[in-house]
Design a binder for this molecule. Sequence first.
Ligand code: HEC
Length: 160
Amino acid sequence: MKKYFTVLTVMLLAAMAVATWAETKKGAMLPKDWMTYQFIGSLIITDQKSPLFGIHHFYMNKKGIETFKKGGAYPDGTIIVDAVYEAVMGQGGMINEGKKLFYPVMIKDSKGKEAKETGGWIFAAFDPDGKPIQMDVKKGCFECHASVKDSDYVFSKPLK
Ligand code: HEC
């Protein structure tokens, strides 16, 4: 009997951990293991006036990879992390990563409250220490990503 309760407690704790993983009272969190995700592409914006200035490296967790290859709607739990570094111009056209600027993140949560007005995705941004950056993600993220509704608001495509 005691064993049974222990198993139940562990299951309950696991369920609570899953529930708080993407959506906490404080909002989405930067996943700690994002570096283990699959690299799916890059983007470089050298215009310092752009809010997206920098070298972007995109990573997707396992959950979304099949959809990324085939297309269609991404399953809940898909996470895409963008690690953005300062673009430092060097000689001979060289562009290198400087300091870390921020992390824009998309988390698919089609039933969640936080994603209701942003296409079933939680859009969030984190500073280099992983702390949330407060911003209007509907205006600052989603309105641009809305142009790729056909690919479930994800711009990146598999590299040829
Ligand atoms: C002005 C348009 C624009 C805005 C604003 C914007 N993005 Fe993006 N985002 C893009 C483009 C374009 C790409 C893909 C570039 C590529 O294909 O290499 C992208 C890629 C991404 C990706 C990788 C997945 C994908 O769609 O390819 C994530 C994650 C992401 N953006 C999150 C955010 C978040 C979070 C914000 C707000 C803080 C934001 N973006 C604001 C245009 C935008």
